[in-house]
Design a protein around this ligand. Structure first.
Ligand code: NI
Length: 197
Protein backbone atom coordinates (compact mmCIF):
# COMPACT_ATOMS: atom_id res chain seq x y z
CA UNK A 1 0.00 0.00 0.00
CA UNK A 2 1.71 3.14 -1.08
CA UNK A 3 1.55 6.13 -3.40
CA UNK A 4 0.19 8.80 -1.12
CA UNK A 5 -0.30 11.47 -3.77
CA UNK A 6 -3.08 9.67 -5.58
CA UNK A 7 -5.11 9.23 -2.42
CA UNK A 8 -4.59 12.63 -0.85
CA UNK A 9 -6.99 14.50 -3.07
CA UNK A 10 -8.92 16.32 -0.37
CA UNK A 11 -8.25 20.00 0.11
CA UNK A 12 -7.98 19.20 3.81
CA UNK A 13 -4.67 17.57 3.20
CA UNK A 14 -3.06 20.65 1.69
CA UNK A 15 -0.66 20.82 4.62
CA UNK A 16 1.06 17.73 3.24
CA UNK A 17 2.17 19.66 0.20
CA UNK A 18 4.85 22.26 0.10
CA UNK A 19 4.18 25.93 0.77
CA UNK A 20 6.37 28.97 1.03
CA UNK A 21 6.38 29.41 4.85
CA UNK A 22 8.17 26.06 5.15
CA UNK A 23 11.34 27.86 4.16
CA UNK A 24 10.99 30.05 7.24
CA UNK A 25 10.36 27.05 9.49
CA UNK A 26 13.79 25.68 8.67
CA UNK A 27 15.31 28.50 10.67
CA UNK A 28 13.36 27.85 13.87
CA UNK A 29 14.60 26.00 16.93
CA UNK A 30 12.88 23.12 18.69
CA UNK A 31 9.57 23.85 20.44
CA UNK A 32 8.96 20.28 21.57
CA UNK A 33 11.98 19.10 23.53
CA UNK A 34 11.34 15.39 23.96
CA UNK A 35 9.56 12.58 22.15
CA UNK A 36 7.77 11.62 25.36
CA UNK A 37 6.43 15.14 25.81
CA UNK A 38 4.98 15.06 22.30
CA UNK A 39 3.40 11.64 22.92
CA UNK A 40 1.84 12.97 26.13
CA UNK A 41 0.46 16.00 24.28
CA UNK A 42 -0.85 13.96 21.37
CA UNK A 43 -2.51 11.46 23.71
CA UNK A 44 -4.53 14.35 25.15
CA UNK A 45 -5.51 15.44 21.64
CA UNK A 46 -6.53 11.87 20.81
CA UNK A 47 -8.56 11.53 24.00
CA UNK A 48 -10.65 14.51 22.97
CA UNK A 49 -10.95 13.14 19.43
CA UNK A 50 -12.28 9.87 20.85
CA UNK A 51 -15.02 11.79 22.65
CA UNK A 52 -16.28 12.80 19.19
CA UNK A 53 -15.83 9.32 17.69
CA UNK A 54 -17.83 7.81 20.53
CA UNK A 55 -20.75 10.16 19.81
CA UNK A 56 -21.26 8.84 16.26
CA UNK A 57 -24.53 6.88 16.06
CA UNK A 58 -23.36 3.34 15.15
CA UNK A 59 -25.96 3.05 12.40
CA UNK A 60 -24.63 6.27 10.81
CA UNK A 61 -21.01 5.12 10.59
CA UNK A 62 -20.90 5.38 6.80
CA UNK A 63 -23.13 8.47 6.52
CA UNK A 64 -21.72 11.32 4.43
CA UNK A 65 -23.16 14.81 3.85
CA UNK A 66 -23.00 14.41 0.07
CA UNK A 67 -21.42 12.12 -2.52
CA UNK A 68 -17.67 12.36 -2.71
CA UNK A 69 -17.19 13.49 0.88
CA UNK A 70 -15.76 11.44 3.71
CA UNK A 71 -18.16 9.30 5.72
CA UNK A 72 -17.90 9.34 9.52
CA UNK A 73 -16.05 6.04 9.23
CA UNK A 74 -13.75 7.49 6.58
CA UNK A 75 -12.77 10.25 9.01
CA UNK A 76 -11.83 7.68 11.67
CA UNK A 77 -9.90 5.57 9.18
CA UNK A 78 -8.30 8.62 7.59
CA UNK A 79 -6.98 9.84 10.94
CA UNK A 80 -5.56 6.40 11.65
CA UNK A 81 -3.95 6.30 8.20
CA UNK A 82 -2.58 9.84 8.51
CA UNK A 83 -1.08 9.01 11.90
CA UNK A 84 0.67 6.01 10.37
CA UNK A 85 1.85 8.20 7.50
CA UNK A 86 3.29 10.96 9.68
CA UNK A 87 4.94 8.54 12.08
CA UNK A 88 6.30 6.61 9.12
CA UNK A 89 7.76 9.85 7.80
CA UNK A 90 9.44 10.51 11.14
CA UNK A 91 10.77 6.97 11.54
CA UNK A 92 11.61 6.05 7.95
CA UNK A 93 11.82 9.41 6.18
CA UNK A 94 9.31 8.53 3.45
CA UNK A 95 5.65 9.19 2.76
CA UNK A 96 3.34 6.18 2.66
CA UNK A 97 -0.42 6.60 3.06
CA UNK A 98 -2.01 3.21 3.82
CA UNK A 99 -5.54 4.14 2.70
CA UNK A 100 -8.83 4.67 4.47
CA UNK A 101 -11.46 2.96 2.36
CA UNK A 102 -14.01 0.69 4.06
CA UNK A 103 -14.35 -2.86 2.84
CA UNK A 104 -17.57 -2.69 0.80
CA UNK A 105 -18.02 -6.47 0.93
CA UNK A 106 -17.85 -6.76 4.70
CA UNK A 107 -18.83 -3.50 6.40
CA UNK A 108 -17.60 -3.22 9.95
CA UNK A 109 -19.19 -1.77 13.05
CA UNK A 110 -18.30 1.46 14.82
CA UNK A 111 -16.90 -0.65 17.64
CA UNK A 112 -14.62 -2.60 15.30
CA UNK A 113 -13.58 0.59 13.47
CA UNK A 114 -12.63 2.24 16.75
CA UNK A 115 -10.78 -0.87 17.90
CA UNK A 116 -8.71 -0.86 14.71
CA UNK A 117 -8.04 2.87 15.11
CA UNK A 118 -6.93 2.40 18.70
CA UNK A 119 -4.65 -0.50 17.82
CA UNK A 120 -3.09 1.55 15.05
CA UNK A 121 -2.63 4.49 17.42
CA UNK A 122 -0.90 2.39 20.07
CA UNK A 123 1.45 0.91 17.47
CA UNK A 124 2.27 4.36 16.08
CA UNK A 125 3.02 5.82 19.51
CA UNK A 126 5.21 2.83 20.33
CA UNK A 127 7.20 3.45 17.14
CA UNK A 128 7.73 7.05 18.19
CA UNK A 129 8.68 6.05 21.73
CA UNK A 130 11.67 4.10 20.41
CA UNK A 131 13.26 7.23 18.97
CA UNK A 132 15.86 9.42 20.69
CA UNK A 133 14.92 13.02 21.45
CA UNK A 134 17.54 14.18 18.95
CA UNK A 135 15.22 13.02 16.14
CA UNK A 136 13.07 16.11 16.77
CA UNK A 137 15.76 18.31 15.25
CA UNK A 138 16.25 16.09 12.21
CA UNK A 139 14.89 17.11 8.82
CA UNK A 140 12.24 15.23 6.89
CA UNK A 141 11.14 15.93 3.31
CA UNK A 142 7.77 17.38 2.30
CA UNK A 143 5.40 15.34 0.17
CA UNK A 144 5.54 17.82 -2.67
CA UNK A 145 8.15 20.30 -3.73
CA UNK A 146 9.97 22.38 -1.19
CA UNK A 147 12.59 22.13 1.49
CA UNK A 148 12.61 19.59 4.34
CA UNK A 149 11.46 20.73 7.77
CA UNK A 150 12.20 19.47 11.27
CA UNK A 151 10.50 16.45 12.78
CA UNK A 152 8.93 18.41 15.66
CA UNK A 153 7.14 20.56 13.07
CA UNK A 154 5.81 17.51 11.24
CA UNK A 155 4.53 16.17 14.54
CA UNK A 156 2.64 19.42 15.18
CA UNK A 157 1.11 19.07 11.72
CA UNK A 158 -0.04 15.57 12.67
CA UNK A 159 -1.94 17.11 15.59
CA UNK A 160 -3.27 20.02 13.54
CA UNK A 161 -4.55 17.65 10.87
CA UNK A 162 -6.38 15.58 13.49
CA UNK A 163 -7.98 18.68 15.00
CA UNK A 164 -9.13 19.77 11.54
CA UNK A 165 -10.97 16.48 10.94
CA UNK A 166 -12.35 16.43 14.48
CA UNK A 167 -14.07 19.74 13.67
CA UNK A 168 -15.34 18.28 10.42
CA UNK A 169 -16.84 15.39 12.36
CA UNK A 170 -18.43 17.82 14.82
CA UNK A 171 -20.28 19.41 11.91
CA UNK A 172 -21.35 15.97 10.66
CA UNK A 173 -22.79 15.23 14.11
CA UNK A 174 -24.74 18.48 14.06
CA UNK A 175 -26.18 17.56 10.65
CA UNK A 176 -27.18 14.20 12.14
CA UNK A 177 -28.99 15.98 14.99
CA UNK A 178 -26.44 14.73 17.48
CA UNK A 179 -25.04 17.25 19.95
CA UNK A 180 -21.24 17.11 19.67
CA UNK A 181 -19.28 17.03 22.92
CA UNK A 182 -17.76 20.25 24.20
CA UNK A 183 -14.06 20.31 23.49
CA UNK A 184 -13.07 21.02 27.10
CA UNK A 185 -16.34 20.07 28.75
CA UNK A 186 -17.68 23.63 28.69
CA UNK A 187 -20.03 25.26 26.18
CA UNK A 188 -19.57 28.78 24.86
CA UNK A 189 -22.44 30.01 27.06
CA UNK A 190 -20.60 28.85 30.18
CA UNK A 191 -17.32 30.33 28.92
CA UNK A 192 -19.03 33.69 28.44
CA UNK A 193 -20.63 33.47 31.88
CA UNK A 194 -17.27 32.71 33.55
CA UNK A 195 -15.02 34.94 31.45
CA UNK A 196 -16.73 38.27 31.70
CA UNK A 197 -14.12 39.86 33.95
NI1 NI B 1 -6.98 15.03 5.84
Amino acid sequence: MSLAKGLLTKACCASFASFAPLRELQKLGCMITSVVSFISYFESVRRRTLNYFNTIPPEQLEWRPKPGEFTCGDIIRHLAAAEQMYVGLVVEGRWIYPGHEADADSPVSLEATLAACNASHMAAMERLRQLPDSVLEEMRPPLGDGPPIKVWRWLLLLAEHEIHHRSQLAMYLTLLDVTPPHIYGMGVEEVIARATG
